[in-house]
Design a binder for this molecule. Structure first.
Ligand code: SF4
Length: 383
């Protein structure tokens, strides 16, 4: 299989400002803030909490009777309309529920949904498909209900391995922490009010300074999703750079938090091998993670049209055409997965032979071929 180049100098790139011109993200004259509007729904939003967030963010609250429908824009305008806004509302369904993988390739871990969707603009984000009917980034502000559910969860009879609440399944829980102050409130709550539960924050943000001096009691795990500079520059728009994420991880590790990393999604392109080896080298310059979980690019079959309506020139569209069917997902053919995992696992083991390494939602055949133990799974989302 030929390795697809990511965007290169001869390939049209999406201008993050106009959606038309061909310049690289980060070179636009004036980068837009991640969130430029705060919305709230009258009668369905804890008003005091919304006012507090508005004050912290220094953004006026715009009140609506119902969620405004988005006009049918494409490209950058579509992204701005969906992800330049943060909608504040109460959550009516449960904050905590159990994840169920469609073909049983993962443990039934528990997730805590404090946000739906994300304000970052990763081109491969599966949430474009998940939230296709309500694509506006949303933060649920009725924390009282969430706190009650966490206390009940803490008292419930649940195996130790599943006593972790994953906050990063349907959002990036730290992307807008500077605006909401959510983690700054939740982390000390877990430290003071729970005995067995841990929180797992999975992020591509470096929004952590407000979390360094709060009481965490070892009950919050910080996990950073990390990738090569090329994948970051060309596909992970508006996130913190890989180095900024590693610096944030280092600060959190020094503050006593457990640090985990995900190298995910691994993408094959012309210089992938050298770039992923360099990435592993760089990781160990900054942190000593407890676990590293690796996952390859594995889009759902319906994701491509959602990518193309936002990123019409995305190289992922070409990559998708070389992938193979695997249940509801597309994946690289097995021999390519084996090659990419082998290179990364070997690079990690050169630094730390004892570190826990796992593959995310991968076929048992691939684990076996790599001589990796799938029993007693110690991957990102488990305790
Ligand atoms: S950080 Fe995660 S949730 Fe946010 S846009 Fe990127 S892939 Fe999606």
């Amino acid at each position: 299989m030929k390795k697809t180049n990511l965007y290169n100098d001869n390939h049209p790139m999406l201008d993050m400002k106009t959606g038309e011109q061909v310049i690289k993200y980060g070179q636009e004259p004036k980068p837009q803030p991640l969130v430029s509007e705060l919305w709230a729904i009258r009668g369905h939003c804890d008003e005091l909490r919304a006012q507090k967030i508005s004050k912290r963010a220094n953004l006026p609250l715009q009140w609506f009777d119902k969620i405004p429908s988005l006009n049918r824009t494409k490209g950058i305008e579509k992204l701005r309309a969906e992800r330049g806004v943060l909608l504040l509302r109460n959550r009516t369904s449960a904050f905590i529920d159990q994840f169920q993988h469609p073909i049983g390739r993962c443990s039934k871990f528990y997730k805590l949904t404090a946000y739906n969707n994300c304000n970052f603009w990763c081109e491969y984000c599966y949430l474009y498909l998940t939230f296709r009917n309500m694509p506006i980034s949303t933060h649920f502000v009725n924390y009282d209900k969430m706190f009650r559910e966490i206390i009940s969860f803490d008292k419930a009879n649940i195996p130790d391995m599943l006593r972790v609440l994953n906050l990063g399944e349907l959002c990036d829980p730290l992307a807008v922490e500077d605006i909401t102050g959510f983690a700054e409130e939740l982390i000390p709550f877990a430290a003071q009010e729970t005995y067995k539960t841990k929180l797992l924050f999975l992020t591509k943000s470096d929004n952590v300074d407000s979390l360094l001096n709060i009481e965490h009691g070892g009950r919050s795990i910080m996990s950073f999703s990390i990738n090569t500079d090329k994948v970051y520059q060309q596909l992970e728009h508006r996130t913190a750079s890989p180095e900024a994420r590693l610096i944030a991880a280092k600060k959190l590790q020094q503050a006593g938090y457990e640090i985990r990393l995900r190298i995910d999604p691994v993408i094959l392109y012309s210089t992938w091998k050298k770039d992923y080896i360099d990435l592993v080298e760089k990781i160990f310059v900054f942190v000593k993670p407890e676990r590293i979980t690796i996952g390859e690019y594995r889009p759902s079959k319906g994701l491509a049209s959602h990518i193309s309506s936002r990123f019409p020139y995305s190289p992922l569209l070409k990559i998708n055409s070389g992938l193979v069917n695997d249940g509801p997902k597309l994946r690289y053919p097995e021999e390519h997965r084996l090659a990419m995992f082998r290179v990364i696992v070997d690079a990690i083991k050169k630094h730390d032979k004892k570190i826990k390494i796992a593959l995310c939602k991968e076929d048992v055949k691939i684990w076996k071929n790599l001589d990796m133990q799938i029993n007693g799974l110690q991957c990102n989302c488990l305790g």
